[in-house]
Design a protein around this ligand. Structure first.
Ligand SMILES: *Cc1c(COP(=O)(O)O)cnc(C)c1O
Length: 367
């Protein structure tokens, strides 16, 4: 840190992304990336891409991709905003809808579950927004009743991360309806792995904002494409922020490839089905070994062993060349979040876990 940083960011703790180690070859089950390459049509589009055109700025409104996404989701282009990863949707939303500088008041301007995507809390710190968290139950499920009439903006990932547990669409609708004077942001980063999207509800509720991403189900984490779907009023608000903060922030290559991806939805749907099969396979195998594994509607599972500490499992897997995600946080320290990869990768994981359990002599109690 330099002596020039403002007080506001002196104690600010930056978001910690999943490790990107390269001291050896790892099986990376720690960042929920897809184990599959993008569609052959995307790879072809990259080959066909006219690199000479890179001297031009990209379309700041992403018009063509926006239109195509609108077509796929049966909404109008005015209901869509394309961003550089869906984290940007979250960033713009936290700026657009939460008053800054109210951190000392007791009334929060935004609420989200206590066990959820860490980035929300980071954004509150970044933008000086006061928030409060609503505890999930002992079984890690969200009780929709707790999110009724909050008097604040609401953020809920559905399915939730890192638990993987999804809320029924009828419960999501109740939450939206009971918070009509506030924005309800449903983060659908994992929706394609087998859950029902709230997108059709944007026609009924102008306070509903949905974010989705190409990063997970469309094997495009490196391409950085996300999008928001909402009533055109909310989209116009977000667009205003995007155009002022970083008007050309989705690059032309990513725009072209993201369009090509939409021409091959069957390819991605098949991959999502494979992930679901591998998820079921992994969950069953882990449970047979004695793990408690939360029910997941995503491309990861959240699992704890009754005796072995979460941090120890994480370390032991790392020694064996497998990366998973461990969060050193209250309530979830005993767990690891394990991304679902190919069947071969999952077999390697299962073997490694069996080996760790065999070697383990109970020394420490799990919390
Ligand atoms: C991965 C993820 C995102 C955002 O990913 P991008 O790569 O920025 O699109 C958003 N929300 C949740 C819950 C995620 O897990």
């Amino acid at each position: 840190m330099s002596r020039y940083i403002t007080d506001r960011y002196k104690d600010f703790k930056a978001y910690e992304a999943g490790e990107q180690l390269d001291d050896r070859e790892y099986i990376r089950l720690n960042t929920n990336e897809s184990p599959f390459p993008p569609s052959p049509k995307v790879i072809q589009a990259l080959k066909d891409f006219d690199a000479g055109g890179m001297r031009f700025y990209p379309d700041p409104f992403c018009t063509s991709l926006r239109r195509k996404i609108a077509g796929k989701y049966d909404v109008s282009p005015e209901n869509v905003l394309v961003t550089n990863g869906s984290d940007d949707v979250l960033d713009y939303a936290f700026m657009a809808f939460n008053p800054i500088g109210t951190a000392k008041e007791d009334r929060p301007t935004v609420v989200f579950p206590d066990i959820t995507y860490n980035f929300y809390e980071i954004l509150c710190g970044l933008h000086g927004v006061s928030f409060s968290t609503i505890p999930v139950g002992g079984d890690m499920t969200i009780d929709p009743e707790d999110f009724m009439d909050t008097g604040a903006n609401v953020v809920i990932p559905n399915p939730n991360a890192p638990t993987g547990i999804a809320l029924q669409l009828s419960d999501i609708e109740k939450i939206i309806r009971s918070n009509r004077d506030h924005v309800v942001l449903i983060d659908e980063a994992y929706i394609d792995f087998g859950w029902e999207s709230a997108v059709p509800l944007i026609k009924k509720y102008d306070n509903l904002l949905i974010s989705q991403t190409y990063s997970k189900s469309r094997s495009f984490a490196g391409g950085r494409v996300g999008f928001a779907i909402a009533d055109k009023g909310l989209i116009a608000d977000l667009l205003k922020i995007q155009q002022s903060e970083s008007p050309y922030n989705v690059n032309s290559i990513s725009l072209a490839l993201a369009e090509a991806a939409l021409d091959d939805e069957e390819y991605y749907a098949a991959n999502c089905r494979t992930i679901r099969e591998n998820r079921r396979y992994t969950r069953n195998a882990l449970m047979e070994m004695g793990f408690r594994v939360l029910p997941s509607s995503t491309n990861f599972v959240f699992a704890r062993h009754p005796d072995i500490r979460g941090a120890d499992i994480y370390e032991e897997l790392k020694k064996r060349g497998i990366l998973v995600r461990h969060f050193d946080r209250d309530r979830i320290r005993a767990y690891n979040r394990i991304s679902i990869g190919t069947k071969e990768q999952m077999d390697r994981l299962i073997e490694a876990l069996a080996d760790i359990i065999k070697e383990y002599e109970p020394k420490t109690e799990n919390e």
